[in-house]
Design a protein around this ligand. Structure first.
Ligand SMILES: [Zn+2]
Length: 422
């Protein structure tokens, strides 16, 4: 196999089966896939999808360079981060592919655009420092200075990835002609820059202007219909859909990812406290302990508006949109104290997420592509979280969401269901 030879990691039949299973099912867990792949989910899935879609043969990509590139990206992803690490990269790649396949966009994309989409998904958070753009700008970090405070991390992910890609030993794209390289680089830049959530509302407005499906029952859905004319837009929707996509996963998975990202937020707050600068919103592990409330806000302002717009451009019954509504309900019930969390928010969960993220990431591929050590017998986060048992009812804050706010938030979910039944 391509990655077997290049990475020195020969996938077993079990690993090939685990990869194949996540390609066809929205509900599969990439945290589990990471365990099945002995910590190499991103490199294995990346090589496998490029191979499976004929992109290596179409463009004459060098197998050894592809393997080295994927190993390097995986190893240097930011694997000390609880959330923005190579497992998130693998998750986004898997979900991007699922989006393109399930919603019938795949057949409308030229091979060079599909390659760009896969590479953009792979590197979209490459070399992540575990911070966010606001932190980088606030402390005038070297990255913020270099990128003039503008989409600092997204520009860093791209620059760091292309710096590697353009080195001879990693130059996967050397067989492409000048025009193909230009198209691919342009698409990757557009897609990765669009993952900056600062531009989310403008992007949603753009989606809302796309003419909708006509009344004819067999009329094509807008996104597949237009993918040939505007492949960068289709790829951008796919990668953004995937990037915040844990909101669409079954609640037990969504909750694990939410805990990991919460711990990463807390680590930003820890650094801000150490530096003596104001602690960012939701980043104080001593004060911002109501995860259910934070999640309701996240759904309300980020997830619901975006997914509602996307659901109107694709055959929504083929996607996991119903989970968005049920997950929001679950957070709402937790917030109201009417349901027990499967894992605790707050300080206890912060400790668990630190342990969990360390276990998920062990082992990871070293930057030189060396073989990884044996995976922990319990495999990481899921078992640790399951073993933690039930947790106390989440604490309520005095600054609770108003009923109007919650109703309005839930109404977004209900509208989505309507869109889902078109
Ligand atoms: Zn991401």
């Amino acid at each position: 196999m391509l990655y077997g030879r290049a990475l020195g990691v020969q996938p077993s039949d079990h690993q090939r089966k685990a990869c194949a299973e996540v390609y066809g099912d929205w509900g599969r867990c990439v945290l589990d896939l990471q365990r099945a792949c002995d910590g190499h989910a991103l490199a294995m899935v990346g090589a496998d999808l490029i191979e499976a879609h004929g992109l290596r043969t179409t463009f004459g990509l060098d197998a050894a360079k592809m393997g080295r590139f994927l190993a390097r990206v995986e190893g240097d992803y930011g694997n000390d981060n609880p959330y923005h690490n190579s497992v998130h990269g693998a998750d986004v790649l898997v979900a991007t592919h699922l989006f393109l396949a399930k919603f019938d966009v795949l057949p409308h994309l030229a091979p060079i655009m599909l390659l760009a989409g896969f590479l953009a998904a792979i590197v979209h958070d490459f070399n992540h420092p575990g911070t966010n753009n606001a932190f980088e700008v606030k402390v005038a970090s070297p990255l913020a200075v270099r990128h003039s405070d503008d989409s600092v991390l997204e520009r860093h992910h791209l620059a760091a990835a292309f710096e590697i890609l353009y080195r001879k030993e990693y130059d996967v794209l050397e067989a492409l002609d000048g025009d193909e390289r230009k198209q691919l680089r342009g698409a990757m830049i557009d897609v990765v820059l669009a993952t900056d959530l600062r531009g989310n509302f403008d992007f949603i407005k753009k989606l809302e202007k796309i003419p909708r499906k006509g009344p004819e029952p067999d009329a094509p859905w807008p996104l597949p219909r237009d993918a040939k004319d505007d492949p960068k837009l289709a790829l951008t929707v796919a990668v953004k859909f995937a990037d915040i996509g844990h909101a669409l996963k079954p609640f037990d998975q969504h909750e694990k990812w939410s805990m990991l990202v919460t711990e990463e937020f807390y680590k930003i707050g820890d650094r801000e406290k150490a530096l003596g600068v104001p602690v960012s919103f939701l980043c104080d592990r001593d004060k911002d302990t109501n995860m259910a409330k934070s999640q309701i806000g996240y759904f309300k302002f980020v997830c619901n508006p975006f997914y509602k717009a996307v659901a109107e451009l694709v055959d929504a019954k083929l996607g996991p949109f119903d989970n968005l509504e049920s997950n929001l309900w679950q957070w709402f019930l937790l917030y109201k104290g009417e349901a027990l969390p499967t894992a605790a928010p707050g300080k206890k969960s912060a400790k668990r997420t630190r342990r969990a993220s360390a276990a998920i990431l062990r082992p990871h591929i070293a930057a030189n592509g060396a073989a990884a050590p044996a995976v922990a017998a319990n495999g990481g986060a899921p078992d640790l979280l399951a073993a933690s048992g039930r947790a106390p009812t989440p604490r309520r804050h005095s600054s609770v969401l108003s009923k109007k706010e919650v109703d309005s938030s839930l109404a977004g979910g209900k509208k989505l269901r309507v869109a889902n039944e078109i």
